[in-house]
Design a protein around this ligand. Structure first.
Ligand code: PEP
Ligand code: MG
Length: 760
């Protein structure tokens, strides 16, 4: 052939294809012309196009093979060389086709004449929808330039055949299970539960619609400015410290940055544009090529980086094509399983709760706020599913089993049946727990445990009724701030607090003042960039620290709470108190609001009970000073344990490293409980730890008798409580903590089993 660089080989073909694409003929006639053009340009005796129809690869056009075989020759996925290419979405380049183990002879084609064979998949939305192949009489391998040209042309073909309706869109969306096969993935269980739906990507993948460029210079400019925008975005995310709004982590951002500024990447995209592709097609083309290379190298470390490059490439595509909305903004149209690398809590709250049946995160950890929000929404979440993006296609059927930690993608009938059976079983168990609704949480030796629920959304109050809980032990008021586009007005807050108290009736509600900052970023509050450049937001300007300084926010909230609790007892609690004076200031601020309301003759609460969260270990050392001023203390184990272990609660690599049942945590809490008892101040737990039956049992073993937990945990924890001999446990715990075993979990599990405690 007369060309020497990949650019010119592809460009020559693309120029000619451009005219074919623009012409008004029938799709079949166009395909017939395409095979002629390619065969001539590559000096091949044969060029053929196979398309996936009803699960089989059908010969649609050929130059060189028997024309009578067109629409007659069909290959199953995985059958013959063509079937292998489509099944594995890979390129084959063989000097001697017959010596390949997958070679299958189709007599009607007359292909026995030809020795060499090269074929590339025709890909749409990362799925093979057909195969483009060339064959040659002499036994020679096609060179890289020719393969490159074939791959580029295959992209254009994907557009042509999709535009002509020659492929089933169901195949592209992957809904046709016969074409793609089932897959099973595993992950870390973050929120228990099961859900089924079609896969939706939080950041939807862009399907490239136009592949052949009209004006190469214009396409080049589009890519340049998209690169500029993307680099800006990444720089901005990096300056927003450890968590961007999307929850991306610093080391990922560093890799993003490395790729975003990588000259090689932009050069390759430019070269693809030179060959005649649009900006979108060029980005996709380079990504396809990288994917193929990576597959050949097969190195797990590089595969990790590949995820980052995939993300970034998708970001670039979204910028260039102007398709910027998240799936939430577009709206869920059916029962959906959401897939994201990571999410911020506010981003999750944007989704329609009725249609969101589950979330799959490529990262994620048990106590990150997005997970807490998901738990509050009752949406099962599986985390650390590294392969999610590669293995799941947009629109694929997904069965998420976050009880077991597995995902079935494009399930077979047998998989669906097993899932449905388990779902029914889960419902039965839930029904059993629901039947315990009116039974008190009393241990077998007669101790009444207080079981309350954590809440934050207006609808959560309903959980009091369905679970029979004793009250709301933690109302995270910041959720309202997270779901709003702007700072919620005092009146709106007041209405919410009043509604919540009214719905709770006689049962107490403990309102925690706003805990924002950390991984709960409010876009409308970062404008002055006070917290934008923090390196460690979890240990930074957040919660009470921020609220005392921004006291307008705190005053409005105090005013709203006091007004909402008129005629009732108001329970307030402050987050992240680190030294007693911080409590004193917050307390004084509330009292001032009460005095002001009284001076205006407004109706007041009957009483205000003040409490503090214990989340910062330092506070434990000065509790003797603080306890006399407190009405109650609530231990927030999510933050407390991250600070005790110096282990970021949202860091995916640390998600499973330290155990809540470690002696360090249990001894620490035991000391706090003892101090509270001595000062006659009730001490409870409101972190996620209390919602796990075994952990809850351990906490009761060291003296905790008040738990505020996620509503779904009330049933399992109550069942544990009602089967527990507390005094026997306390003796056992005393011994265990005096001489701890390395595996406390195992020891406690054994004790529970031996003593007939129901741990589900
Ligand atoms: C905690 O830290 O344990 C807690 C309950 O508060 P949050 O999870 O909202 O930070
Ligand atoms: Mg906390």
């Amino acid at each position: 052939m007369g060309t020497s660089s990949p650019t010119s080989a592809a460009r020559e073909i693309l120029t000619r294809l451009h005219d074919v694409m623009a012409s008004r003929g029938q799709a079949q006639a166009k395909l017939d012309q395409v095979v002629d053009i390619i065969a001539k340009a590559l000096n091949s005796e044969v060029c053929s196009i196979y398309l996936l129809r009803e699960g089989e690869l059908e010969l649609f056009a050929t130059r060189g093979l028997n024309k009578a075989a067109v629409h007659v020759t069909k290959l199953a996925l995985g059958e013959g060389l063509v079937g292998t290419i489509a099944e594995h979405n890979e390129t084959l380049n063989l000097a001697e086709a017959t010596s390949h183990p997958d070679f299958a002879y189709k007599p009607e084609t007359g292909e026995e004449l030809y020795h060499s064979f090269a074929g590339v998949p025709i890909v749409r939305a990362e799925r093979a929808v057909g195969v483009l192949s060339v064959q040659h009489e002499s036994a020679r391998r096609y060179d890289d330039v020719e393969i490159e040209a074939l791959q580029t042309v295959a992209m254009v073909l994907a557009e042509l055949i999709a535009g002509a309706g020659l492929i089933d869109e169901a195949t592209v969306r992957g809904a046709d299970t016969r074409d793609t096969g089932s897959a099973r993935l595993t992950g870390l269980r973050l929120v228990d539960g099961m859900g089924a739906g079609l896969a939706v990507f939080h950041q939807p993948r862009v399907v490239v619609e136009h592949t052949v460029a009209e004006d190469i210079e214009a396409e080049r400019h589009r890519v340049y400015s998209a690169f500029d925008k993307m680099r800006d975005q990444i720089d901005r995310m990096m300056s927003q410290a450890e968590f961007g709004a999307g929850g991306e982590h610093q080391d990922i951002l560093a890799t993003y940055k490395m790729f975003a500024y990588d000259e090689g990447w932009s050069r390759r995209i430019n070269a693809a544009i030179d060959s005649g592709l649009t900006a979108e097609a060029a980005i996709e083309r380079v990504q396809q090529r990288t994917r193929m290379r990576m597959r050949e190298i097969n190195d797990p470390l590089l595969a990790d980086r590949m995820h980052d490059l995939e993300d970034l490439s998708n970001r670039l595509l979204r910028i260039v094509s102007g398709q910027l909305g998240t799936a939430a903004q577009i709206g869920l149209r059916h029962d959906s399983i959401l897939i994201a690398r990571n999410l911020g809590p506010a981003e999750l709250l944007e989704y329609d709760r009725r249609r969101l049946k589950g979330v799959i995160l490529q990262e994620g950890s048990l106590t990150s706020h997005v997970v807490i929000v998901a738990r509050a929404m009752g949406v099962p979440v599986l985390g650390r599913v590294r392969d999610a993006r590669r293995a799941i296609g947009e629109g694929d059927m997904v069965l998420l089993d976050a009880v077991q930690g597995t995902i079935s993608v494009r399930p077979s009938a047998a998989m669906e049946e097993a899932f449905d059976t388990k779902l029914a079983l889960g419902q039965k168990r839930r029904a059993e727990f629901a039947a315990m609704r009116d039974l008190p949480p009393v241990t077998t030796d007669g101790t009444r445990i207080t079981l309350m629920v954590n809440a934050g959304l207006r609808d959560d109050v309903a959980a009091l009724d369905t679970t029979g809980a004793d009250g709301i032990g933690l109302f995270r008021t910041e959720f309202e701030f997270l779901v709003s586009a702007e700072l919620p007005k005092r009146e709106r807050q007041q209405r919410l607090y009043r509604d919540v108290m009214e719905a709770a009736g006689e049962k107490p509600v403990i309102f925690r003042t706003v805990d924002v900052g950390g991984d709960k970023v409010l876009p409308y509050m970062n404008s002055d960039s006070d917290s934008a450049d923090e390196e460690n937001p979890a240990m930074g300007w957040r919660a009470l620290r921020l609220a005392l300084e921004r006291d307008a926010l705190m005053k409005a909230q105090a005013g709203a709470l006091i007004a909402a609790a008129a005629g009732k007892t108001l329970n307030v609690m402050f987050p992240m108190v680190s030294e007693p004076w911080e409590f004193d200031e917050a307390h004084a601020l509330f009292e001032k609001q009460r005095t002001a309301a009284a001076a205006k003759g407004k109706p007041l609460p009957l009483a205000i009970r003040y409490g503090t969260m214990l989340e910062v270990p330092a506070l434990a050392e000065v509790l003797d000073m603080l306890l006399p001023r407190l009405d109650f203390l609530s231990i927030g184990t999510n933050d407390l344990t991250q600070f005790l272990f110096a282990a970021d609660r949202a860091h995916p690599k640390l998600a499973e490293r330290y155990d809540w049942l470690s002696p360090a945590i249990l001894r620490f809490i035991a000391r706090v409980v003892a101090q509270g008892k001595a000062a006659n101040v009730p001490v409870g737990i409101c972190g996620e730890m209390g919602g796990k039956p075994l952990e809850a049992m351990a906490l009761m073993g060291i003296g905790i008798e008040r738990l505020s937990i996620t509503p779904a945990a009330i049933g399992p924890v109550k069942a544990m409580v009602r089967s527990l001999d507390l005094s026997a446990l306390r003796t056992a715990m005393g011994e265990l903590l005096a001489a701890p075993r390395r595996d406390m979990r195992e020891a406690l599990q054994q004790w529970a089993k031996a003593n007939g405690v129901r741990i589900s």
